[in-house]
Design a protein around this ligand. Structure first.
Ligand SMILES: [Zn+2]
Ligand SMILES: [Zn+2]
Length: 582
C-alpha cells in the first residue's frame, strides 16, 4: 500500500478515537462525520447546550485519546441491515440522516473500537496500536454547517494534525509556526499592501504598495504572452442570460454567479472568461489557427463567505486567462508550447520545483473515444517534450476534456496548484456556442478550445509570493526598490536629485526627507517596506555624486558605495534578468 494511503487510514482511524474521547468526556454529544484531510483529520460534533468546548479542553481530549490508543483497541467491522442501522444509531440524528440517504442496495457497515460504535465505510487500521500516540495533536475549533449548508445546524468541527511518526508532527508544527509569521494577511497589513472589508467579503482593496507589485506581475505576464504569440482581448464584465444559457453556465453554475437585472432582462457578472472569448471568435479559416486569445479578465464568483481566505480565496479576482482555438492536430504542439512558457514564468518567480497532475477521461463525458485518446496523448507528449513528469489521476478530467494541473512548492515545502491547461471539445460545439471554421477540405468544423492559465489568479499568486518571500521580494517585484535617505536635512536636495535620476530610469525609488532621524527612517523602511536597497547620502556622496547602498540584511551583501549610474545599471540588471534575490 502506498505510504500516503496508509497515512490517510491512520488519520481517519484517529478521528474515530477522537470521537470516542469526546463522547466520553462530553456525554450527549452527537457525532456527524470525521474524514482524513491533508496533514490530519477533523470530526464534526453537535455539543449539548451545557458544554461550551474551548481550546482549554484539548489536553483532556488528547489524554483520553492516548489512553484509548494505548489500550490496543481492535477495530471490528460489521455489516448490518438498514433496519439494524436505524435502530443502532437512533440517538444520533446526523447518522440517521446519512443512513436514510443510502441507496437500498448499499452495504451498511459499522466499526467498533473500545466500545465506541461508528457508522463508516472504512477502511481503518486493525488496531489502535498502529496509531502513534505522540504523532497527533488537536489543532483548532471551527464552526461548520452540517453538509456545508448554511440553512442547516452549525456544528463544531475539531481539527487535529496527525502523522505516522512524532518527528513528522514536530516538523509540521515548526513549518506552521514559520507559515504564521509569513501569513499574507498579516504582512499585507504590516506592509500596507491591501485590505479586506468584512462588509464586502472576498473583494480586495489594493493599496498603492500592493497594487504596484500587482501591476508589475501583470506587465510581466502581458509581455510573456505577447512574446509567445498571443493576442490580448477584453470582454464585458456583465453579459446577458441568453449567452450564459448557451454556454451552459446558467444551468450548471448559477449559484456561483451574481445576477442582475436591467430593463426586465437578466444579466450575470462573468464568473469566467471562456464564453466571452468564443464570442470574439466568429467563423474563421483554418489558416487563422492556432488563435491564442489572452484575457486578464476580472471575474466575480459568489463563493460562500465562510470558504474565503485572505487574498488567496476571494470572490473578485483576475485570471491570467487565455483560450487557444485550434484544430485537433494542433493540440499537441500548443500544449507543449504552453508547458515551456509556464516553466519559464515559474522560474522567473523563483519556483523550479513542479509537479504535474494529468486528469484523464471520466466515465461521464462528451466526445468520442478516439478524440479523447488523441487529446490525452497530446497532453502526455507535451509533458515529455517540456521535460515534465506527471502523475495520472484516472477519470478526474472534466466531462468536456482532459487536463493538466501544475503545482509548485514554496520555500516551506507547501504545494500550491496554480497553472492548468484543459482541452475542451464541448464549448465550441454546435450544442453550445457553435464556433466553426472552414477547414482545408472547405467544410465546416468545430475547433478545439484550450483553456489555460499560468498563475491562476493574480490575487492568489501574489498571496503565495508574499508568503514565499516573507514579504522580502526580489528586486524586480519589490514595490519600493530603493529608499533614499539623507543623513541630515542638509542633503535633501541631493536626495531629490538621486531619486529623480532613479525614477527616470524606471527604478521605484522614494526619498525620505522628513525631520525624523535617519535611524528611525531606516528602521521603518526595513521593517515596513522590506526595501532591497537603502541609499544613504551624506557629504562624501554629494561631493562624489555617489550613493552608499545598504543591501537588505537577509541578502548577506556588504554595504557598497557606487556612482549613481553604476547603481542604476546594477538594479536594472537584476530587474531585467528577473533575479530571485537583490
Ligand atoms: Zn471510519
Ligand atoms: Zn476558459
Amino acid at each position: 500500500m502506498e505510504k500516503n494511503e496508509n497515512l490517510q487510514i491512520i488519520r481517519h482511524s484517529c478521528a474515530h478515537v477522537m470521537a470516542e474521547a469526546v463522547q466520553k468526556l462530553f456525554p450527549g454529544t452527537k457525532i456527524a462525520i470525521g474524514p482524513a484531510i491533508d496533514n490530519g483529520f477533523y470530526y464534526d460534533f453537535d455539543f449539548p447546550k451545557e458544554h461550551k468546548i474551548t481550546e482549554e479542553d484539548f489536553p483532556a481530549i488528547e489524554k483520553e485519546m492516548r489512553r484509548i490508543i494505548s489500550s490496543n483497541a481492535v477495530f471490528t467491522r460489521k455489516e448490518i441491515s438498514k433496519q439494524e442501522a436505524l435502530s443502532l444509531f437512533k440517538d444520533e440524528p446526523y447518522k440517521l440522516e446519512l443512513i436514510n440517504e443510502l441507496p437500498e442496495s448499499e452495504v451498511i457497515s459499522t466499526y467498533e473500537q473500545d466500545g465506541y460504535l461508528d457508522l463508516c465505510r472504512g477502511p481503518h487500521v486493525n488496531s489502535t496500536k498502529e496509531i502513534n500516540a505522540q504523532a497527533f495533536k488537536i489543532a483548532k475549533l471551527a464552526g461548520a454547517y452540517w453538509k456545508g449548508d448554511s440553512e442547516r445546524p452549525m456544528l463544531t468541527r475539531i481539527y487535529a494534525w496527525c502523522f505516522e511518526k512524532p518527528q513528522e508532527l514536530k516538523d509540521y508544527l515548526t513549518m506552521l509556526a514559520e507559515a504564521e509569521k509569513r501569513d499574507h494577511r498579516k504582512l499585507g497589513q504590516e506592509m500596507d499592501l491591501f485590505h479586506l472589508d468584512p462588509e464586502d467579503p472576498g473583494q480586495i482593496f489594493w493599496h498603492p504598495n500592493g497594487w504596484t507589485i500587482y501591476t508589475v506581475m501583470q506587465d510581466y505576464m502581458r509581455k510573456m504572452v505577447r512574446r509567445d504569440g498571443y493576442q490580448e482581448v477584453n470582454t464585458p464584465a456583465i453579459m446577458p442570460r441568453t449567452l450564459w444559457e448557451r454556454s451552459g453556465h446558467w444551468g450548471h453554475y448559477q449559484k456561483n454567479m451574481f445576477i442582475t437585472e436591467s430593463e426586465k432582462r437578466l444579466f450575470a457578472i462573468k464568473p469566467m472568461n471562456c464564453p466571452g472569448a468564443i464570442e470574439i471568435f466568429k467563423i474563421r479559416s483554418y489558416k487563422d489557427f492556432p488563435l491564442r486569445l489572452a484575457e486578464f479578465g476580472h471575474d466575480v464568483r459568489n463563493e460562500p463567505s465562510g470558504t474565503l481566505h485572505g487574498i488567496m480565496r476571494v470572490r473578485g479576482f483576475v485570471q491570467d486567462d487565455a483560450h487557444i482555438l485550434c484544430t485537433e492536430d494542433q493540440v499537441a504542439s500548443e500544449v507543449a508550447k504552453f508547458c515551456k512558457l509556464l516553466k519559464n514564468v515559474y522560474h522567473d518567480f523563483g519556483f523550479d520545483n513542479l509537479v504535474v497532475k494529468f486528469s484523464t477521461m471520466p466515465e461521464d463525458h462528451v466526445g468520442d473515444l478516439k478524440t479523447w485518446e488523441k487529446a490525452e496523448k497530446a497532453l502526455s507528449d507535451a509533458c515529455h517534450e517540456a521535460g515534465l513528469e506527471y502523475e495520472v489521476q484516472p477519470g478526474e478530467g472534466a466531462f468536456y476534456g482532459p487536463k493538466l494541473e501544475f503545482k509548485l512548492y514554496d520555500c516551506l515545502g507547501r504545494e500550491w496548484q496554480c497553472g492548468t491547461i484543459q482541452a475542451d471539445f464541448q464549448l465550441p460545439s454546435a450544442e453550445r456556442l457553435d464556433a466553426t471554421y472552414i477547414g482545408a477540405d472547405n467544410q465546416k468544423h468545430h475547433p478545439v478550445m484550450l483553456h489555460r492559465a499560468i498563475l491562476g489568479s493574480f490575487e492568489r499568486f501574489l498571496g503565495i509570493l508574499i508568503e514565499n518571500f516573507a514579504g522580502a521580494f526580489p528586486t524586480w517585484l519589490a514595490f519600493e526598490q530603493a529608499a533614499v535617505i539623507p543623513v541630515t536635512n542638509q542633503f535633501d536636495d541631493y536626495a531629490k536629485e538621486v531619486t529623480e535620476a532613479l525614477t527616470a530610469s524606471d527604478i521605484r525609488a522614494n526619498a525620505y526627507l522628513s525631520d525624523e532621524n535617519m535611524r528611525q527612517k531606516i528602521k521603518a523602511v526595513t521593517k515596513e517596506h522590506k526595501t532591497p536597497y537603502i541609499l544613504i547620502l551624506g557629504e562624501n556622496e554629494q561631493k562624489e555624486k555617489t550613493v552608499t547602498v545598504r543591501f537588505r540584511q537577509s541578502s548577506g551583501l556588504e554595504q557598497k558605495t557606487m556612482k549613481i549610474q553604476e547603481f542604476i545599471d546594477y538594479v536594472q540588471e537584476k530587474v531585467n534578468s528577473h533575479f530571485i534575490g537583490i
